[in-house]
Design a protein around this ligand. Structure first.
Ligand code: ATP
Ligand code: MG
Length: 278
C-alpha cells in the first residue's frame, strides 16, 4: 500500500514552506506518514522561528521592502524620478484606459463609491503626469511609482487582492527603439534584484494589446508596453514611450521560490515569508 500526505498535512507543509520534493513523498502506512509529518513539521516550525529571529536581530526589513528600495535607488541612478499619486482613482481615469462597464477588467475593480475606485494599476496616473511633466521638463520624461494596487482576483497562488506595483515609464524613447529599450530596462531591473532566470515573452493584454512580459518559469513578473499606442490620444500623448509594471511580491516569490504569493503579501499570518501562527 502506498500512502501520501493528507490534504491538511499538505496544506500545512505549504504554509511552512516545505521543499517541493517533500510533496511527492509516499509511505507504506499512515502511521509511518504521520510520524514523518510530525518530524518535518517540527523542523519547519523551527526554521520559520529562526528566520523571524534573524529578521529581528539583523535583517530588519522584509524582502519585499528591500527589493522596493533597491529598485528605487537604481531607477534614480538611471534618471527616473519617483512620483506619488492617489490610491483612489476617479471613474473617468479608468474610462480613459477603456476600462468601462463591459470590459473584463472592470469586474476586478473595488469601488469606493459611485465615482471612485481603488486603483487596479498605476498606468492612468502615470499617463496623466507624463503629459504635464513633458510640458514642464521636455523630453525625455522618466518617472516611476511604487505602491499598492487592488484587484478582485479568484485567489490563486499567484494573485493577491492587494499587491505592490512598481511601474516605470519613459516618454521620448527614440522611434523604433521601443522594444530594445524595454529589454534594456527589464534587464536593468532584474540585475538590480539579482534575478537571473527570467525571459521576455510577447503576450496580449486586455488593455494594451501587445505586451512584452518578464517571466520566470510560468510566473509573470512584469508587463511591458510601448507607444505610440491607441490609448495615447485620450491622454494628450503624441511621442513614443515605453513602460513596465512589475509586481513586487511576484519578484520576491520568484527569488525565494515560494509556492504561494500569500507568504510575501500584506498579511497578519506571515512576516517576510515566515508563518506567524506557529
Ligand atoms: P496576470 O496575468 O498574472 O493576472 P496581469 O497581466 O493581469 O497579471 P498586469 O496588469 O500586467 O497583470 O500587471 C503588472 C504586474 O503586476 C504583473 O506582471 C504582476 O507581476 C503584478 N500583478 C498583477 N495582478 C496581480 C495580483 N492580483 N497579485 C499580485 N501581483 C499582481
Ligand atoms: Mg500582464
Amino acid at each position: 500500500m502506498s500512502v501520501t500526505w493528507t490534504v491538511t498535512q499538505k496544506q500545512k507543509l505549504i504554509e511552512l514552506n516545505g521543499e517541493p520534493a517533500l510533496f511527492n513523498q509516499t509511505f507504506t502506512s499512515s502511521s509511518e506518514r504521520d510520524q514523518a509529518f510530525q518530524k518535518i513539521e517540527r523542523e519547519l516550525v523551527q526554521k520559520n522561528k529562526q528566520h523571524l529571529l534573524e529578521l529581528k536581530n539583523s535583517g530588519f526589513r522584509p524582502l519585499v521592502c528591500q527589493l522596493e528600495s533597491k529598485m528605487v535607488n537604481r531607477l534614480n541612478a538611471e534618471g527616473f524620478v519617483q512620483v506619488v499619486t492617489p490610491i483612489m482613482l476617479a471613474k473617468g481615469m479608468l474610462e480613459k484606459m477603456t476600462i468601462t462597464q463591459d470590459h473584463p477588467l472592470s469586474k476586478q475593480v473595488f469601488w469606493v463609491d459611485d465615482n471612485r475606485c481603488l486603483r487596479p494599476m498605476l498606468a492612468p496616473n502615470l499617463y496623466y503626469l507624463m503629459h504635464d511633466l513633458n510640458r514642464l521638463w521636455g523630453k525625455p520624461v522618466r518617472i516611476f511609482e511604487v505602491g499598492p494596487c487592488f484587484r478582485k482576483e479568484s485567489q490563486g497562488a499567484n494573485h493577491l487582492n492587494e499587491f505592490t506595483m512598481l511601474n516605470l515609464v519613459e516618454l521620448g524613447t527614440p522611434e523604433g527603439e521601443q522594444t530594445a529599450r524595454l529589454r534594456e530596462l527589464a534587464a536593468i531591473m532584474m540585475d538590480t534584484i539579482g534575478l537571473k532566470n527570467y525571459k521576455l515573452e510577447t503576450d496580449t493584454s486586455e488593455v494594451y494589446d501587445t505586451t512584452i512580459d518578464v517571466v520566470a518559469g510560468d510566473l509573470e513578473l512584469g508587463s511591458g508596453a510601448y507607444g505610440p499606442h491607441k490609448l495615447d490620444p485620450a491622454w494628450g500623448i503624441v511621442d513614443p514611450w515605453v513602460g513596465i509594471g512589475f509586481g513586487v511580491e511576484r519578484l520576491a516569490m520568484a527569488l525565494q521560490g515560494h509556492r504561494t504569493i500569500r507568504r510575501v503579501g500584506r498579511s497578519l499570518s506571515y512576516l517576510d515569508g515566515s508563518r506567524l501562527n506557529i
